[in-house]
Write a protein that binds this ligand. Structure first.
Ligand code: NAP
Length: 291
């Protein structure tokens, strides 16, 4: 088994963004700026938002955080998004998901100006991705593409299987892999796929984003394949201080004696998302200044 750790991938991406940001500001542009909106006090969301703030600060980006009460009304969130859309000093807007149930995520995402939608979830950016135009690519699939490139994993002419069809991971991932220049032949599997193994057994690249531990194990995968495990799942573990540990969707231990490349959890794709968000924010700043 070859472990495809992502710490070095994320660090090298951040280093590249740092250099490009220095070049950008040395040309007289102000630093890229990111606004992050958090609604409520979900601990996991607070952690994600903090990590984004730390990364932005480490790159010298301007960073604005807006924290609204969990019982804020949908119109309050929409009004804040409208204000951020109009502000010239903000390049990228990220609304941390999930939102409280009484607020429509779709309405809020739709309200973000496409040129500031650094999460790439808006219909305009998803549509552009689908038809091959310039778009903000959602951060997790973008991080997976970066990881494949970093490790020299060939995609052209290869068989890829994406397990999961969500708007934030599975669908954009499949679109990226089938793009011209990437050139994989892609199958997308989901819970109604009758025989998952029939698809994975022959695949060169398997992206598993099902959100279920043990979705695949070594018996699903041929020798020489690359497995990108996107899942982040909590499983009870009384031996841990917090009472749980994080595992992916692939049964990592089962791959130990196999000739397979695999990203670990933790230490894998989860590390890529924040650096890709910073890449998108720099891109937003550049585009807004016509560079
Ligand atoms: P999601 O919206 O719940 O979608 C899961 C998808 O997987 C669905 O399309 C579902 O099919 C499919 N699926 C579930 N079980 C399956 C099975 N046994 N066989 C085949 N397909 C199956 O989840 P998501 O938002 O895409 O996230 C997926 C995982 O990635 C989660 O663990 C999440 O925490 C993680 N994640 C990680 C990052 C990161 O590392 N930065 C970012 C985002 C998400 P149906 O459509 O038929 O229901």
């Amino acid at each position: 088994m070859i472990r495809l750790g992502c710490r070095s991938v994320a660090d090298s991406a951040l280093e590249e963004i740092r250099k490009e940001t220095e070049r950008f500001t040395s040309e007289g542009n102000r630093a890229p700026s990111l606004a992050v909106v958090l609604v409520g006090d979900d601990p996991a969301s607070q952690t994600y938002v903090r990590k984004k703030a730390e990364a932005a600060a480490s790159l010298g980006f301007m960073h604005f955080q807006y924290t609204l009460d969990g019982d804020s009304e949908e119109k309050d969130v929409l009004a804040l998004v409208a204000e951020l859309n109009a502000r010239d000093d903000i390049d990228g807007i990220l609304v941390q998901l999930p939102l409280p149930r009484h607020i429509s995520e779709k309405k809020v995402i739709d309200a973000i100006a496409p040129e500031k939608d650094v999460d790439g979830f808006s219909p305009v950016n998803m549509g552009r991705l689908a038809i091959g135009g310039e778009s903000f690519v959602p951060c997790t699939p973008k991080g997976i593409m970066e990881t494949l490139r970093y490790y020299g994993i060939e995609t052209a002419g290869k068989k890829a299987v994406v397990i999961g069809r969500s708007n934030i991971v599975g669908k954009p991932m499949a679109l990226l892999l089938m793009q011209k220049g990437v050139d994989a032949t892609v199958s997308v599997c989901h819970t109604k796929t009758p025989d998952l193994r029939a698809y994975t057994a022959d695949a060169d690249i398997i992206i598993v984003a099902a959100g279920r531990p043990g979705t695949i194990d070594a018996s699903y995968v041929k020798d020489g394949a690359a497995v990108i495990d996107v899942g982040v799942n909590r499983v009870e573990d009384p031996s841990k201080e917090k009472g749980f540990r994080l595992v992916g969707d692939a049964d990592y231990a089962s791959f130990r004696d196999r000739d397979v490349m695999i990203t670990p959890v933790p230490g894998g794709i989860g590390l890529m998302t924040v650096s890709m968000l910073m890449a998108n924010t720099l891109e937003a700043a550049r585009k807004r200044r016509g560079r």
